[in-house]
Design a protein around this ligand. Structure first.
Ligand code: AMP
Length: 400
């Protein structure tokens, strides 16, 4: 089985192509886009269709509106697409309503129509086949280029694919790139392979930890989740984030790592504070000296140096989850230092989306990374070894 590429479709002049994009970009309080990476990442597929003189209909969700809400309109996305593509973007006032339909009908070769936020329609998240059928009327070809939602069985991702045969549906370039890096990484990494796993809780990353452990040569565990592991080793962690119910699970992971010969690293020092706040005083302590009423909110200098040593000889690095509360500058230094060390490495460097991607941006080392995933939740599910419904729906037998 393999996933069909957009290049294998016979797209021609005047063909109508429906592209599910992921334009779920962050907006500030004035509705300005603060990071357009996801829009830029979708351009190769859109341009490919335009170069083939297709009529292009774009669809995406933005945020989590429950029904119509102008705050979540895709109008700012249309504006940014216009700037990036340097051509008119026709904006529909609705998703599958009269306005969208009549604008789609009038669409010229090389024209681009953007539908309103898919989540203005309840059928989207319900994977409603009726709504999916209506969406499918916008194109005789269906392209999924929205990796960030491919782990969701939503109408524009899963149900819609039932209305196309194998010659009329495929993955766009961004989705293909995500699959290439993340799947191949898990199947056949160049060794030594190091996974850096961080973030807030063990519970959020447990599936990924278990799936990754037999595949990696080394693993670094940082962020809030490190404290459950330290507690499992009998250390005192003060008020740091700990999931007591997962201490046994943490012990199992430590035992399993030892059995498999995986070199597992935990932080050896921390930046601690009495509370999670910008104004809190901080101390730098080793893992043996976390004060009783303080909590670890970042890894310390000794940990970043230790992790740099562990990075030295690796050929592949996968990073998912920050080492501390990087949203607050005081607790961002450990993650940023590590990001710089990762940037310096000659290894293939794959960054899971979401928080880790924001962290890499904050560190200013985006360009040093081999690949930064656009999907936080989706990349995590892939790392957990789960099958993503949006990708499964586009699989065809080899030779087809
Ligand atoms: P996740 O969504 O599980 O990847 O977690 C990301 C979040 O983990 C970020 O928002 C960080 O602020 C948070 N985080 C990282 N380190 C810690 C820590 N030591 N204590 C509490 N939260 C943390």
């Amino acid at each position: 089985m393999h996933i069909k590429s957009i290049k294998e479709l016979e797209l021609g002049a005047g063909d109508r192509v429906f592209i599910r994009c992921d334009f779920n970009v962050p907006l500030d309080e004035y509705g300005n886009i603060t990071d357009d990476r996801r829009i830029r990442a979708a351009l190769p597929t859109i341009r490919y269709c335009l170069d083939n003189d297709c009529k292009v209909v774009l669809a995406s969700h933005l945020g989590r509106p429950k029904g119509y809400d102008p705050k979540y309109s895709l109008k700012p996305v249309a504006k940014r697409l216009h700037t990036l593509l340097k051509q008119e973007i026709i904006m529909a006032q609705d998703v599958v309503g009269e306005d969208a339909k009549s604008k789609a009908k009038k669409l010229q070769e090389g024209g681009v129509l953007l539908l309103e936020n898919l989540r203005f329609e309840a059928g989207e998240t319900k994977n409603d086949p009726e709504f999916a059928k209506e969406l499918s009327q916008f194109g005789e070809f269906y392209i999924n280029d929205a990796f960030g939602v491919s782990h969701r069985a939503h109408a524009s991702v899963e149900a819609i694919t039932r209305f196309y045969d194998k010659n009329h549906k495929a993955a766009g370039f961004l989705l293909l790139k995500e699959i290439k890096y993340l799947y191949k990484l898990l199947e056949n990494p160049t060794r030594p392979f190091l996974a850096i796993v961080g973030g807030s809780k063990v519970s959020g990353k447990l599936g990924a930890l278990i799936n990754l452990l037999p595949k990696v040569d080394k693993m670094i565990i940082g962020g809030g989740m490190a404290f459950t592991f330290l507690k499992a080793l009998g250390e005192e962690v003060g008020k740091s984030l700990v999931e007591d119910e997962l201490i046994d699970e943490a012990k199992n992971i430590l035992d399993e790592a030892a059995k498999l010969g995986v070199k597992l690293y935990l932080p050896v020092d921390f930046v601690v504070a009495p509370e999670l706040s910008e104004d809190a005083p901080v101390k730098f302590v080793t893992f043996k000296e976390i004060p009783k009423d303080w909590m670890g909110l970042d890894i310390g200098l000794a940990s970043t140096r230790l992790f740099r040593e562990a990075l030295n000889d690796v050929q592949t690095i996968l990073w998912n989850g920050p080492m501390g509360v990087f949203e607050i500058d005081k607790f961002a230094r450990g993650s940023i230092k590590l990001a710089n060390y990762v940037a310096e490495s000659y290894a293939t460097k794959i960054i899971g989306g979401g928080d880790t991607a924001s962290l890499i941006s904050k560190a200013g080392v985006d360009d040093e990374m081999t690949f930064i995933s656009t999907g936080g939740g989706a990349s995590l599910e892939l790392l957990e070894g789960k099958e993503l419904p949006g990708i499964k729906a586009l699989m065809v037998e080899d030779g087809q």
